[in-house]
Every structure is written in structure tokens, then in C-alpha cells.
Design a protein around this ligand. Structure first.
Ligand code: UT7
Length: 325
């Protein structure tokens, strides 16, 4: 049985935060942000919205694009590092908003979350447990960013992307590679708000409820592991970088993507980039990009696509698949 993407959807909150807006909040400027990251603006979740609201809207669009009855969905997976609550899962809230009966759980692998969730959804179908799985990447990064830390706040944005996985006539999933290296946990961490350190007054005063990131280390890590994981899935598919029609990488920093294009001797137009509009939306960036590539007509039936994630955990991974729509 071939398993692939039946439909895609995404949702970006309305509020736009530009680099110029940020320069009024921290000591930074549009030129620095653009040249160091490629980002021009990002979206910010509304005060009365949470991650499940973004996820739900992206899911509605993916279901519509798939042209299926929503009741056919048997499992909802939400990849997120900014869940609505510690419990219940964001996925259960989305399942309820969709008005369907399905099992649901969240998956935590930060910026690699969607790659893990896609592989998980695929595996459930391959094992014969479910026929159609809704896989969502959704984040409200603005809720965990320290808006006084120019090293992180300029980078992140909010949004959600979703795909419906199911049986396809041709193409679909070819190979996946998932890695975790917990020895690098402290490089990207929200220190408080979990069982290690509750979000008490001390944690709030020390700003430990916000994300802390060692940008330079993560940058070096990304440039090192990106080729490794891509080479792994290309080998599984018995193809070379020249055979790939489109790379859809995690949208962290355009300099990371450029260095990989150079390394693989591939033109930049084979790498989908939309981070100038949305910044780094962590686990949401890859499914948002897949949806935009789909809606912009950049994906043709039979195209070989590689999606790649890297980030907190530390985690990284990629999937090679053939576009079947
Ligand atoms: O989603 C997955 C996880 N995250 C990532 O993939 C992020 C990977 N890392 C990055 O994208 C980059 O490391 C950053 C964009 C976060 C930072 O860029 P960088 O080129 O690594 O800058 P840096 O941290 O090495 O800082 C260079 C200089 C420093 O000044 P000095 O010490 O050279 O005088 C910083 O203080 O730039 C300064 N700086 C800034 N200046 C203006 C740092 N942030 C800013 C800022 N505006 N926002």
C-alpha cells in the first residue's frame, strides 16, 4: 500500500510584526535581522487565540483540500512545543473543535516535530491501525519568547500547517530518518513550567518561563546534521540530490538553507523559502511550507520531495516522499 498526502492546509494569524516594529522593542534593526536571518516579518497569535485555534483552522483547510469526509479521520497528531496546556493535549482540543470521533495526542520534538509526527502517522496507517490520519504542526512561539532578548525574539513567529495522510494510488512515502541527541538539551530550552521547575514566582522573575537558545551552537548543529539526514533518506530512495525536485526545509534562517544548497551543489530555487514572511514557526514551519508549495502549484505529481527539520532536543530528521496529488 502506498501512503501519502491527500490534502494540505495552513493558517497564519492576522497580526503582522515587522522588523521595524521589533526595533522599537529591543536594540536591533531591520538590516541586521534581514542579513543575518532573511526574515522581514512574522505573525503573532491574537490575545484570545491559542495553539489549538491555529491548528484547528489549518486542519479545516487540509480536510477541505483532501476532499474527504472529516469523519474518516481516525487519529489527530499535533506536533508542538507550545501546547495550550500541559494537559489536556492540544490534539484532543482540536479533535473536539473538528467535531469528530478520533484518537488524539501531542508530539514533542520542537522544530523537528512535524517530521516525527508525519512518520508516526504514516506508521499507524502502514500497520493497518488507521486509514486516515490528520498531522498538524502548530505553534504560538510568541507566548514562550522573551520579548526583551534580541537574540531570540527576532527569530520566531506563530502559525499552523496540516496534512491529511492516507492511501494514494501512486508515489507517497519513501523513507524517513529521525534522530534525537538529548546531550544538547540545554541549547534550546524553556527551563521552567514543567516538573523539573514549576512556573513559580522565582522562575518568572528569572525569566525561566521563556525559551533560552544558544543561537550560534544551534546554527552550527543545523549546518552539520542537515546534510547527514538528507543523505540518509536519499540513500533509502536510491537517489541523489540532483533527483530531488524540491527541498522543503525547516524555516529557521536563510543562511542555513543557503549553506546546504551550496553543499549539495543545488540551486536555491530547489529550496522552498517563506521565512521572510513568517520567521521561524518551529514545528509549524514545514507543514506551512508544504501547503504554500502545494497551493502555489510548485508540486507536480511524481515530484521527489525532501522535508527536513532540526532544533530543540536536540532533534533532527527528514522524510523523502513522492507527491501524489
Ligand atoms: O528553529 C531551530 C532552532 N533555531 C535556529 O535554527 C537558530 C539558529 N541560529 C541563528 O539563526 C543565529 O545564530 C541567530 C540569528 C540567532 C543569531 O545570528 P548570529 O549570526 O549567530 O549572531 P551572533 O549571536 O553570533 O551575534 C553576532 C553579533 C553579536 O554582537 P558582537 O558580540 O559581535 O558585538 C550580537 O550581540 O550580533 C549581535 N546581535 C544582534 N544585533 C542586532 C545578536 N542579536 C542581534 C539583534 N540585532 N537582534
Amino acid at each position: 500500500m502506498k501512503i501519502g498526502i491527500l490534502g494540505t492546509g495552513s493558517y497564519l494569524p492576522e497580526k503582522v510584526l515587522t522588523n521595524d516594529d521589533l526595533s522599537k522593542m529591543v536594540d536591533t534593526n531591520d538590516e541586521w535581522i534581514r542579513t543575518r536571518t532573511g526574515i522581514k516579518e512574522r505573525r503573532i497569535v491574537a490575545e484570545n487565540e491559542a495553539t489549538s485555534d491555529l491548528a484547528y483552522r489549518a486542519a479545516e483547510k487540509a480536510i477541505e483540500d483532501a476532499g474527504i469526509d472529516r469523519n474518516e479521520i481516525e487519529l489527530v497528531i499535533v506536533a508542538t512545543m507550545t501546547a495550550d496546556h500541559a494537559t489536556p493535549s492540544t490534539a484532543a482540543i482540536v479533535q473536539d473543535k473538528l467535531g469528530i470521533r478520533a484518537s488524539a495526542f501531542d508530539l514533542s520534538a520542537a522544530c523537528t516535530g512535524f517530521i516525527y509526527a508525519y512518520t508516526t502517522g504514516y506508521s499507524f496507517i502502514k500497520a493497518g491501525i488507521y486509514k486516515k490520519v490528520l498531522v498538524i504542526g502548530a505553534e504560538s512561539m510568541s507566548r514562550v519568547v522573551d520579548w526583551e532578548d534580541r537574540g531570540t525574539c527576532i527569530l520566531f513567529g506563530d502559525g499552523a500547517g496540516a496534512v491529511v495522510l492516507g492511501e494514494v494510488e501512486s508515489g507517497g512515502f519513501i523513507g524517513s530518518h529521525l534522530v534525537a541527541d538529548g546531550s544538547g538539551a540545554c541549547e534550546l530550552i524553556v527551563p521552567a513550567g514543567g516538573s523539573r521547575k514549576p512556573a513559580n514566582i522565582e522562575a518568572i522573575q528569572n525569566k525561566e518561563i521563556y525559551m533560552q537558545m544558544n543561537g550560534r551552537e544551534i546554527f552550527k548543529f543545523a549546518v552539520k546534521v542537515f546534510p547527514e539526514t538528507v543523505e540518509n533518506v536519499l540513500k533509502q530512495g536510491n537517489i541523489t540530490p540532483d533527483d530531488v525536485d524540491l527541498f522543503i526545509p525547516h524555516q529557521a534562517n536563510v543562511r542555513i538553507i543557503e549553506s546546504i544548497a551550496k553543499r549539495f551543489k543545488q540551486p536555491m530555487d530547489k529550496f522552498f523559502v517563506n521565512l521572510q514572511k513568517y520567521g521561524n514557526t518551529s514545528g509549524a514551519s514545514v507543514p506551512i511550507a508544504i501547503d504554500e508549495a502545494n497551493k502555489e502549484g510548485k508540486l507536480k505529481k511524481g515530484d521527489k520531495i525532501v522535508i527536513v527539520g532540526f532544533g530543540g532536543g536536540l532533534t533532527y530528521g527528514s522524510i523523502l516522499f513522492e507527491w501524489s496529488k
